[in-house]
Design a protein around this ligand. Structure first.
Ligand code: FES
Ligand code: FES
Length: 189
């Protein structure tokens, strides 16, 4: 009897580019990104889904890439920290982290930035968090307080404990995003 195959060729769509790779079925998305595509911005911390260092966006949702298999990521839209900027223009979250010292050693930063990008979108879409007082849809998004930001970012650990500056950076980027939206809506009206 032919033994079952242990590898497959998958197409990974990362930062707008398609890559065809032959991977062992046990290969995580994290290892495929780092070891096969040389996208080492995504970090391996715990490799157990507990620290958030490996966070990337998969179809716009934050995902710990150490718990996702590469073969389960085929044809999904994957964005790593290398893909959040627009050319030479940093994403507002990246710029706010830089301006407000939202990091120290920087190891957790790529995961924090990917998470923050999604947090701002989740909040704008009205998703409640565990600390949201009024979760009724008609109540709309709660104010993005420091408490809200810390809860929403709580899956991303920072050994340097730069949490205060990170919360400020996320708040600033979120405020900029809501101003941009208001300006766009005003222009469209
Ligand atoms: S390396 Fe994936 S959560 Fe820690
Ligand atoms: S900045 Fe060092 S672990 Fe977060």
């Amino acid at each position: 009897m032919t033994p079952p195959t242990s590898s497959s060729t998958v197409t990974l769509n990362v930062n707008g580019e398609k890559h065809s790779l032959s991977v062992d079925h046990r290969t995580t998305l994290l290892d495929a990104l780092r070891d096969r595509l040389d996208l080492t911005g995504t970090k391996k911390g715990c490799d157990h889904g507990q620290c958030g260092a490996c966070t990337v966006l998969v179809d716009g949702r934050r995902t710990v890439s150490c718990l996702q298999l590469a073969v389960a990521s085929e044809d999904r839209e994957i964005t790593t920290v290398e893909g959040v900027a627009e050319g030479d223009r940093l994403h507002p979250v990246q710029q706010a982290f830089l301006d407000l010292d939202g990091y120290q050693c920087g190891f957790c930063t790529p995961g924090q930035i990917c998470s923050a990008v999604a947090v701002i979108e989740e909040h704008a879409a009205g998703w409640p968090s565990a600390v949201t007082a009024d979760v009724r849809t008609e109540a709309g998004p709660p104010p993005l307080t420091a408490e809200e930001i810390k809860e929403r970012m709580s899956g991303n650990l920072c050994r340097c404990a730069a949490y205060g500056q990170m919360a400020e950076a996320v708040a600033r980027a979120a405020a900029e995003a809501s101003t941009d939206t208001a300006v766009t809506e005003g222009t469209a009206a």
